[in-house]
Design a protein around this ligand. Sequence first.
Ligand code: C2E
Ligand code: MG
Ligand code: MG
Ligand code: MG
Length: 284
Amino acid sequence: KAKSQGKNDYMIFSPEMYINESENLLLENDLRQAINRDELFLVYQGQVDARTGNIVGVEALIRWHHPEKGLLSPATFIPLAEKTGLIFPLGDWVIRTACEQHQEWLKAGLPPIKVSVNLSAQQFLKQDLVQTTANVIRQSGIDPQYLEFEITESMTMDYSYAENVIKELKNLGVGVSMDDFGTGYSSLYYLKRFKIDAIKIDKTFIDDLCRENDDATIVQTMIVMAENLGLRVIAEGVEDRGQLDYLMELGCYFIQGYYFMKPLSGNKFMEEYTNIVEEVLSKR
Ligand code: C2E
Ligand code: MG
Ligand code: MG
Ligand code: MG
């Protein structure tokens, strides 16, 4: 097993690693069954237009209610899902569930709300993504303009492949945004050529926006660039009033973060919709 890790040919096993390996094996078995056992669920975090207070979209974020370990965040199991191939059934489930939730909200009388779904690299690179997405759109009945995928810069290393997939997704009517923008490698030239809809400025740049000149400069540059390329800009991880004010001064109005709204279950979001909207409005 040490050998299979590639460049680390001379790695020595420590007791901790054995524990981690066997724990991972157990977790892998659990994850295999989690979908069928209804242990996975999505929570939804609003993306707010700070000018109007409107919730313009939500990002779907996966959670796992593990029978013994309790609530697990994606950081603990998405890497495992990617390593084992479980990301494919899991990823399909996320796309389907997000679309069905959108439809359920509509039926409950909520306005149509765009739902953003995170893709993993393997999903993006798998041949059947576009077909799967087309099937889910047809079966759920979602108007595709309300579905958006979030990809990351590292997924687009193979430019022509990425360009083609994005084009096919856009042909379906689905939006594509660049998540965690600024943390990976990216060519501005391809950012334009890909015809993506939006960039999401990573939380790491937002955290110290009001304290660090460098971060403020980087964020300002991203906003100006996005504007010139005709891309929507969303700031991620906005936690306080100071960050919000600063972003609005720089011309970034699409805000996602705990300041406006923490991720909520689909039902909670539906039941509390009116209150949530009022709270967002009052914080603006
Ligand atoms: P991401 O796509 O960049 O999602 C944003 C993360 O930031 C979420 O963490 C969200 O809860 C958190 N966040 C949002 N606003 C704030 C804030 O104001 N303060 C702080 N401290 N955090 C904030 P989460 O839900 O733990 O997800 C982590 C990552 O896991 C996501 O990062 C995404 O890369 C991945 N992920 C989540 N759901 C899925 C999924 O369904 N499929 C795949 N492939 N990956 C997913
Ligand atoms: Mg995301
Ligand atoms: Mg992000
Ligand atoms: Mg991410």
